[in-house]
Each structure stands twice: as structure tokens, then as C-alpha cells.
Design a protein around this ligand. Sequence first.
Ligand code: TRP
Ligand code: CA
Ligand code: ZN
Length: 313
Amino acid sequence: MKLSVPGRVTGAAAMVVAALLTTSATADAAPARVAAAPDIPVAAVKAHLTQLQSIATANGGNRAHGRTGYKASLDYVKGKLDAAGFTTTIQQFTSSGSVGYNLIADWPGGDANQIVMAGSHLDSVTSGAGINDNGSGSAAVLETALAVSRAQYQPAKHLRFAWWGAEELGLVGSRYHVNNLSTANRAKISGYLNFDMIGSPNPGYFVYDDDPAIEKTFKDYFAGLGVATEIETEGDGRSDHAPFKSAGIPVGGLFTGASSTKSAAQAAKWGGTAGQSFDRCYHSSCDTTANINDTALDRNSDALAYAVWELSD
Ligand code: TRP
Ligand code: CA
Ligand code: ZN
């Protein structure tokens, strides 16, 4: 529709124009439920990865538990969240003789008896910077939290974001967190969403097959993009959702693959290289900012935000 009248449109004419715009927008746009969540800017997610890479480079090349690069990573994330209005808490624990830290960020408001959580491990292995594993999940969860603040989103449920320490030593930080929740506080968590490796360079699109409602939320999002997904099977229980699941909390999450090999069928539907690992730099020194597929990082970041919005309303 072309509007030839310049300047202000007033009175009844304005109402007609508004009605026409509303109708055409509804007809052209994606379903309203998808439109409710913001599009997470992948450039902002990548800017966090650049910072995590710089932190690793300045701290002996890694961000591992017990090393200075871990605490510097935590301070970076905490600074962004504090500035955006979150209530942050550092939870300390000890593992292998070193102090470890979880970072918890609560968004004020919502029903305190219905908490939706999204989390990721912030530690790397000692052999590299850990940009796909797991700067990717950490940066996407951070940017989603910042999007909540930008939107001043006030969902019915309470939102909580978490960055776990010492995942690479055996899910230590997340297990410590769950073990230290009272029975009453565990029961308040409606769901925990986990993001560990979501920008693999030869990506697959894997959705955790745990809670059916959470799984459906992610699958609906990818269906809307026309991107096929598969159930995550590369070591079920190998990330921070496992302690939550063991405690009876509904869990879900996304994953783009680690050392497993992409099949010919998977390359046919997702592109990339058959016969090669999803992430050839898994737990290696080459897990740098070069080890990220931007399209996968973008889609998974947007799916993360979609699920946070949908599941908390
Ligand atoms: N958590 C593992 C790590 O950090 C990676 C991994 C392997 C994984 N299999 C998974 C993550 C399945 C999520 C789901 O090294
Ligand atoms: Ca996006
Ligand atoms: Zn790892």
C-alpha cells in the first residue's frame, strides 16, 4: 500500500490507516508468539566472545577453573548484568583445591514461586580459550539477559540466569548449586534451560529430549525458521542440566555438536562437511573466535530468547 498524503493523517483517516497497517502487518509477519521475543543481535553475542578471547589471551590462554582467566570472565559478565539492573550473586565452592564461582543473576519481579532459569558453563578447559565451549552459550545467555533489560520485560514468572564454574571438572558448580537449594526452593524452579556449545563450526541443530514442553518450544522455533533439528544424543547428561534433571526439575537445551562426526544425511540437511567433527577444535587450543559458525550462533541465540520469553509468560 502506498500512502500519497505527506505529513500528518488525522481523525477518522488515521484510524483507517492504522487498521490497514495492523491488518497487513498481521498477515505478513511470522506468528504473533514468535514476534513476542526479540531478535538477539548476533554481533552483540560475538562482541562478548571477543572479550572472552581477550581475557583468555591475557591470562595464559585459557579461562579454566582455578585460573585467573575464569574469575576475569565472571567479572566481565557480572559487570554487564549489574549495569543492566540485575541482582547478581556470586556463589563460591571449592574443587580440586581451588576456589570456584557460580554467577547467578535475578531479574526483579515475577512470581517467586515459578522461576524460569537459563544457564551455561563459563569455564574452559586449560588447553584453550573455550570460545565455542562454552563462550558461545555464556555469551548468548548474557545477551538474552541484556535483552530482557532493554525490553524491561515483566513476565508472569521470575527470570534467573546462571553461569557455572568448573563444569569441565565434572559439572561441579551446577551440582553444588542444586545440592544447596532447599527442597522448597528446588520446587520453585519451573524449568532450567542449558546452553553448552551452540556455535560449532560444522554445526548440527540438536535439541535436548528431556521435558516435552521445553523441547517443543525449541522445536517450534526452529520449525518457524525452516531448520530441521535432531534429538541431542552426544553424551546425554554431559552438561549442567544433569544435576537439575536429577533433582526432578524440568530441563531442556540446545547443542551444535562436539567431537562426533557429521553424517552425509546431516550435511545434506544442514550444510557443512560430512565425515568431519561438528567441532574439530573441541577442548583444543584452536577453540578461538575463529571456531564459531555465525549462523548457528545467531539461530541458537534467537531460539534461547524465544524460549525464555515463551516459557516465562
Ligand atoms: N559439556 C561438554 C563439555 O563442556 C560438551 C558436551 C558433550 C555436551 N556432549 C554434550 C554439551 C551434550 C551438551 C550436550 O565439554
Ligand atoms: Ca539474531
Ligand atoms: Zn567442554
